[in-house]
Design a protein around this ligand. Structure first.
Ligand SMILES: NC(=O)c1ccc[n+]([C@@H]2O[C@H](COP(=O)([O-])OP(=O)(O)OC[C@H]3O[C@@H](n4cnc5c(N)ncnc54)[C@H](O)[C@@H]3O)[C@@H](O)[C@H]2O)c1
Length: 254
């Protein structure tokens, strides 16, 4: 779908862009004329995503990254600067769901794995992206939180803590960087039909339960999240920073 926003002359970096919401974001920015960096730890799927964007007439390149590793993230931003000489837009989207277990039985390994990717990963990205944007005179960043950035869900202590952390990190980075012309926002999706929740959707009763939690009467689509992210990264959102923007079919309105 072609975005109504103009991203021509912009360089847009999306982590976790091989799949789901990140892929929809990469396609959306490309449809608006951006030069897109598809960054992911999955090389094959990421390169296929780039081929699809180019086939549709867009500009994209793939970079392999593990957001849990700060050196890998710095190399991703350095490679972006080497390719394009600037960074205007970043969507820090890479994330994992992880196993569900009650807090009293949650393993330390699972905790560190989820926090390392979902929260520290966003921090690593900000730490490398912000200097590049400051050097270029401004930019726009969206971090992927979740509805679980504002409410809890039994059995997800690490995921929920990571997403609450992303909301706080977003607000602080927005305050730190507002004087430099960089806007930083977070998006909080409800349950979106992507590979991340494929296991839950394989269970009909669980699917019906998840749908029942969204007053709008269905789950969301990756493109519906990408549409909100595109707005937040566009010049139309020039006064929006430090916000936590839920796109959840009414999940958190109850
Ligand atoms: N799907 C949902 O219901 C939902 C709801 C709320 C928030 N989110 C958030 O949206 C974001 C995208 O989720 P999605 O549903 O599109 O998931 P997805 O599984 O379809 O895609 C996630 C992508 O991130 C990549 N990734 C994972 N760990 C990585 C790492 N360490 N380094 C680099 N890349 C890595 C994966 O390879 C994959 O391509 C995540 O942050 C997720 O927490 C998803």
């Amino acid at each position: 779908m072609k975005t109504p926003y103009d991203f021509s002359n912009k360089v847009a970096l999306v982590t976790g862009a091989a799949s789901g919401i990140g892929l929809a974001c990469a396609q959306t920015f490309a449809s608006g004329g951006a030069r897109v960096i598809v960054a992911d730890r999955q090389r094959d799927v990421g390169e296929a995503a780039v081929a699809g964007i180019r086939q549709a007439g867009g500009q994209a390149d793939f970079l392999e990254v593990d957001v849990a590793d700060p050196a890998s993230v710095q190399a991703m931003v350095d490679a972006t600067m080497a390719l394009h000489g600037r960074l205007d837009i970043a969507v820090n989207n890479a994330g994992v769901g992880g196993r569900r277990n009650p807090t009293d039985r949650y393993s330390l390994d699972d905790w560190q794995h989820i926090i390392g990717i979902n929260l520290s990963g966003v921090f690593h990205c900000l730490r490398s992206e912000l200097p590049a944007m400051i050097a270029g005179g401004g930019g726009a960043i969206v971090n992927l939180a979740s509805i679980l950035g504002s409410v809890g869900l039994a059995g997800t202590p690490a995921y929920t803590a990571s997403k609450h952390g992303v909301v706080g990190l977003t607000r602080t980075a927005a305050l730190d960087c507002a004087p430099q012309g960089i806007r930083v926002n977070a998006v909080g999706p409800g349950f979106i039909e992507t590979p991340m929740i494929a296991n839950a959707l394989a269970d009909a009763a669980m699917t019906a339960h998840l749908i029942s939690q969204h007053p709008i009467g269905r789950l969301g689509q990756a493109q519906e999240i990408a549409n909100a992210i595109a707005f937040l990264c566009s010049d139309q959102a020039s006064f929006v920073t430090g916000s936590y923007y839920t796109v959840d079919g009414g999940y958190t309105a109850r």
